[in-house]
Design a binder for this molecule. Structure first.
Ligand SMILES: Cc1cc2nc3c(=O)[nH]c(=O)nc-3n(C[C@H](O)[C@H](O)[C@H](O)COP(=O)(O)OP(=O)(O)OC[C@H]3O[C@@H](n4cnc5c(N)ncnc54)[C@H](O)[C@@H]3O)c2cc1C
Length: 402
């Protein structure tokens, strides 16, 4: 075998997996289709605990804004401005805003420094499953150069549209959410009353079964919208969904009185494979292990996936290093199963009765703090979801949604 482990995809899942594997002394290759640094369609928001999980990684260079407040709206009105750390909060929490091109590249460089061999601009075209491992065939579509290598294990961190899951015969029926974003140039410090570098904006009524956002970045606003509880039909190719998401983005810019020229705006859309319950994310022999979006590890309520991609990539590498690759699926279920199942239940309620949830849930004094704690893993959906649903059910009597 040429390597102990080949990792496909240099996003947060793959780069963290490669770093962890190389640090554990495994001969590691990291193959990425695009030339790095590459653009990734994403809001780029993550809880600051990411820094604790990515050991030896210094976030200072890539974190463009540190968020401590949230401004919520329902149909662009009825605003609530709330602190993530109200007076008396036990642990200080913030949310980091990054540009994914820079963040992913920094984690990849960390993997290379740890000893992983990076091959970017190489698309894996074929994965062969061998008796004791896997063989991958990759090619540079610009130059025609090819790369073939065999390894005992493969970590499929190739995102929502990757080929690893198919090669392993895993995740045949996926639940795909969809989100869209624009990176709108912005100059800070001009006295805009609502746009602040320490605040994210969240809007719940503009998108059916989803939400829209404005995230602060160094030189732009990331304005986006997503449908996070999709119906069976409708997705990337559905013109109605795409139109609704665009109109939510325009609505946000209008509400904030930010000038824009629609014909000059570049919209990026991408599917999000959300958690849909416990399913295998590795083959029984532990040769192919899926991590991050490839494994469907998007939180079904918030739609965030970066932290879970990093965690799962590290768990995959550790499982291999410890000789427990066959236990990988069980380890992923132990890490995410109960919590995501509870988030899924809450999401069903949230996206069905969003107007009511806004009035009775989001607007509560404690909700912003709780949401941030859930994002960090400081609070668990298993502890919060049942109580929240019971409270909302009680509040439903005599009230209509919207
Ligand atoms: C609009 C939008 C906004 C979002 N906002 C947030 C947010 O604010 N916070 C958050 O936590 N999550 C957010 N997400 C989700 C987040 O982007 C993903 O969960 C995260 O990128 C998953 O990381 P990953 O490493 O699993 O996959 P990816 O980041 O998708 O990386 C996969 C990599 O694999 C490479 N690849 C694919 N196929 C091959 C191949 N055949 N050969 C070689 N390489 C290959 C790709 O080029 C890519 O670089 C958002 C998603 C969208 C669509």
């Amino acid at each position: 075998m040429d390597y102990d482990v080949i990792v496909i995809g240099a996003g947060p899942a793959g780069a963290s997996a490669a770093a962890e594997a190389a640090r554990a002394g495994l001969r590691t290759a990291l193959i990425e289709r695009q030339r790095l640094p590459r653009h990734k369609t994403c809001g780029g928001g993550m809880p600051m605990v990411t820094g604790e999980i990515l050991r030896e990684f210094s976030p200072g260079a890539v974190v463009e804004a540190e968020v401590r407040y949230m401004r919520h709206t329902w149909r662009f009105s009825d605003p609530v401005f709330a602190a993530i750390n109200p007076p008396g909060a036990e642990r200080d929490i913030s949310l980091w805003m990054v540009q994914r091109s820079l963040f992913d590249n920094a984690v990849t460089e960390h993997a290379v420094r740890s000893g992983a061999q990076l091959r970017d601009e190489m698309t894996v075209r074929q994965i062969e499953v061998l008796p004791g491992g896997v063989k991958v065939h990759a090619e540079n579509s610009r130059t025609g150069a090819s790369f073939q290598a065999a390894a005992r294990h493969l970590i499929g961190a190739d995102g929502a549209n990757g080929i690893s899951a198919k090669a392993a015969g895993l995740r045949q029926n996926r639940l795909l959410a969809i989100a869209m974003e624009v990176e709108h140039p912005h100059v800070w410090g001009t006295g805009h009353p609502e746009l602040r570098r320490d605040t994210i904006h969240l809007e719940y009524g503009a998108v059916t079964r989803g939400y829209a956002w404005v995230f602060p970045k160094g030189d732009h606003l990331n304005v986006g919208a997503g449908v996070f509880r999709p119906r069976k039909t409708g997705g990337l190719g559905d013109p109605t969904v795409s139109r609704d998401l665009r109109s939510a983005i325009f609505g946000y810019l209008d509400m904030l009185q930010v000038p824009y020229a629609p014909e000059k705006m570049r919209f990026y859309a991408h599917p999000l494979p959300i958690w849909q319950g416990r399913e295998r994310v590795s083959d029984p022999e532990g040769r192919i292990l899926l991590a991050g979006d490839a494994a469907g590890l998007i939180n079904p309520l918030f739609g965030d996936g970066i932290l879970h991609a990093i965690k799962s990539g590290q768990i995959a590498a550790r499982s291999i290093a410890e000789g427990c690759a066959r236990d990988y699926t069980a380890r992923i279920h132990a890490e995410f199963g109960d919590n995501f199942d509870a988030a899924f239940k809450l999401a069903r309620f949230f996206y069905e009765w969003t107007g009511l949830v806004y009035r009775l849930g989001v607007k509560r004094e404690t909700s912003t703090r709780t949401a941030a704690r859930l994002l960090c893993g400081d609070a668990l959906f298993t502890d919060v979801a049942g109580r929240a649903i019971r409270r909302l059910r009680r509040g439903m009597f005599g009230r209509a949604n919207g």
